[in-house]
Design a protein around this ligand. Structure first.
Ligand code: ZN
Length: 688
């Protein structure tokens, strides 16, 4: 469980939102500004995002199986098509398949066996349901929950998301204050709605969403065989337990401060916080029986959980567990479960209209559960050495620019600058895919047992995480699979990571000129580097230790500038009366602003001394800004905009463009914007 990873884009909240849509025939594969994507009737100084993306937005409606659709989704689709082709071929039982090919091919084949899955009905759930049924005292809750956790009920099926969580999360993490060691961690969890606010807010929209959720839980109990009145009561019990857990949970903004979620303590101190839970039995079943200390991320959550175990009738707990188990398994079961799950989590919450085709969901689950096996044929097919070399050269140019930027900061003292440069020099780059592939050979895969395959893959991942406790840290590990269209900075490893999946148009194009590539992947590299120095990243040192290397005055100066950004973005409207949360998105906005500035500095360095003729009527600077903006072109359903604004630390696409350029005199100069234009902020914010 690595808490301090800052990615470029959100992972979709629910599985089928990730997938879907028609093949992306209009993804630019050319070499420059996509003129057709623009809306030249708009003044770039009034609304640059609309100027760059207006044409694209009009001709790219959201496909029915998604809640949003953007340039990154088009790339997603292309990668899915490549993976689909690979898996279709490998699912045929030929003698020439290698063990890795056999494993992913059979996993995919089992997932595609819809009639077989339909015939099993709720058979795959029966053992878990029996385990829950057998609980006859609250004392035995811990052993039952451990049994479900060790079987991987909390593991995500796909994508870079937190996944479900039954009561709480347990796993391993790099010690915040000792970057060389891996310790156990227990963290809050247990709610199925996307955020604690969904349970606690009383506005009409929140109340309506909760009512729909209650209906969905009731429907799921019906599918498990409950009579209607029993199902309705059970749904009430689930809401009661989850609402109490939500109240005990720390909110997203508070969780952004690593000091708030790090409380290393002796195991007996956890037992004192929550004495009603049988930790001895829990840890033994999890394979962590010998731990003597751990990070209890949110002690108040554990205290509240203890009170809840005492106060809530055992029957309510059993209903809660049945729901969580059914919910985690729903995408793996027959049509009725899959569609009910889609209807609430994707349609109601995220605005998708149709379930994506089965092959896409099967490709995504293969990637999610056996990602570094599937990644092997993917990089062989889709990732060239040329891409790696040119990306590395750009990383070097961006690092040089950030160094110059730090050296020139007027508000920072020399002492802190020196420490910042030590941290910058310590950042490692990981490009494309891991040096050593994860070995999944212990995961048994059968062509006729899809739910069993998933369960074994999930249990393997749980065991892999627990096995790290007390062992030396592996700095080579990746948190994303190679086909992922995303990138991230890891504050605890102090490294930047670019999966092969993102090193393609519109982010990176080998045939494009520097202005376009620096606006695309260059700004992504700048974004990830800047995360090392945002409001979270700045609290970790070059080795990845949570340690304050700032002078008090410099920290105050930083906070003053960060507050400017937080206020700016809190003013942006996502949908109806829902605003972005400037404190939730502060790290990402800091990275967007700093990243684009240093990418431009790096471009200017690279082009110094050579004269750049306009292309398509645009100067190099104009193409840089357009290349960046056009990588963000997107459409959102109202539901998705609302969901993102409430849960996503990234701002919506429009503000990732306009929020940044309106802070940049370099942009205003490139497009000759007059003072007072909307893209020229009076109170321009700048941190880096
Ligand atoms: Zn980011």
């Amino acid at each position: 469980m690595r808490l301090k990873i800052q990615s470029l884009v959100v992972a979709a909240f629910a599985l089928s939102v990730l997938g879907a849509g028609p093949a992306a025939g209009d993804t630019p594969t050319g070499h420059g500004v996509d003129v057709a994507a623009m809306d030249k009737s708009v003044d770039p100084c009034t609304d640059f995002y609309q100027f760059a993306c207006g044409g694209w937005k009009k001709t790219n409606p959201i496909p029915p199986d998604r809640g949003s659709w953007g340039r990154g989704s088009q790339l997603d689709e292309r990668n899915l098509a490549v993976l689909h082709d690979i898996l279709e071929k490998l699912s045929a039982q030929t003698a020439s398949r290698t063990p890795v090919e056999t494993q992913i091919g059979d996993f995919y084949a089992a997932c595609m066996d819809e009639p077989g899955i339909e015939k099993l009905d709720i058979q795959p759930l029966k053992a878990d349901l029996a385990r829950i049924q057998a609980i006859d005292s609250t004392k035995k809750l811990a052993a039952a929950i451990a049994g479900l956790h060790v079987a991987g009920v909390n593991q995500p099926l796909s994508g870079f998301s937190a996944g479900p969580s039954l009561l709480f999360r347990f796993g391993s993490e790099q010690d915040f204050k000792d970057a060389t060691s891996v310790i156990a961690v227990v963290d809050q969890g247990g709610i199925a709605l996307p955020d604690r606010d969904y349970y606690l807010k009383d506005d009409p929209k929140s109340t309506e969403t909760r009512d729909r959720y209650r209906d969905h839980v009731r429907k799921t109990f019906g599918l498990l065989g409950d009579a209607p009145d029993k199902a309705a009561k059970a749904a009430d019990h689930v809401l009661a337990v989850e609402t109490a857990l939500a109240k005990n949970s720390m909110d997203r903004v508070a969780r952004r401060d690593p000091l708030n979620i790090y409380h290393k303590m002796a195991r007996k101190d956890l037992a004192a916080l929550a004495p009603s839970f049988d930790w001895g039995s829990y840890f033994a079943t999890m394979g962590a029986g010998t731990i003597t200390s751990l990070d209890v991320s949110v002690p108040d959550f554990m205290k509240g959980m203890d009170a809840l175990i005492k106060s809530q009738p055992l029957g309510d707990w059993k209903d809660y567990l049945r729901w969580q188990v059914a919910r985690a398994a729903s995408p793996l079961l027959g049509k009725a479960f899959v569609e009910a799950d889609f209807d609430f989590f994707n349609r109601t919450l995220a605005g998708a209209k149709e379930l994506s085709p089965r092959w896409k969901r099967c490709v995504q689950m293969t990637d999610g559960l056996l990602g570094e096996a599937l990644g092997q044929p993917y990089v062989e097919r889709a990732f060239g050495a040329q891409g790696k070399a040119r990306t590395l050269a750009m990383v070097a140019a961006l690092e040089k620019a950030l160094r110059r930027d730090i050296e020139g900061l007027p508000w920072m003292t020399d002492a802190t600058k020196k420490a910042a440069l030590v941290k910058l020099d310590g950042i490692k780059n990981k490009i494309g895919y891991p040096d050593a592939w994860r070995d999944y050979s212990k995961v048994r895969v059968a062509r006729t047992d899809f739910a069993g395959n998933v369960s074994r893959a999930r249990a393997f991942e749980v065991a892999r995480q627990i096995a790290k406790i007390g062992k030396p840290l592996d700095r080579g590990e990746w948190a994303m699979t190679p086909p992922t269209v995303n990138a991230y900075y890891d504050a605890q490893l102090n490294d930047i990571n670019f999966p092969a999946g993102i090193l393609q148009p519109p982010y990176f194009d080998n045939s494009a000129d520097d202005a376009m590539n620096f606006g695309g992947i260059g700004s992504v590299i700048g974004h990830e580097l800047t995360h090392g120095f945002d409001d979270q990243g700045r609290k970790f040192d070059a080795q990845g230790n949570l340690r304050d290397w700032w002078t008090g005055d410099d920290a105050r100066e930083f906070e003053k500038r960060a507050t400017c950004l937080a206020d700016e973005y809190s003013g942006f409207v996502a949908v109806e009366d829902v605003h972005l949360n400037g404190r939730l998105t502060l790290g990402e906005n800091t990275a967007d602003n700093g990243g684009l500035r240093i990418a431009l500095m790096a471009l200017q360095d690279t082009q110094a001394g050579s004269s750049q003729a306009p292309v398509d009527g645009f100067t190099a600077e104009q193409r840089f800004f357009l290349g960046n903006a056009q990588a963000w072109c997107a459409n959102y359903s109202d539901e998705m905009a609302r969901l993102r604004a409430q849960t996503d630390p990234h701002s919506l696409a429009k503000y990732r463009v306009n929020g940044v350029v309106s802070n940049m005199p370099e942009f205003q100069k490139a497009f000759s914007c007059p003072a007072g234009a909307p893209m020229v902020r009076d109170n321009a914010c700048r941190v880096w």
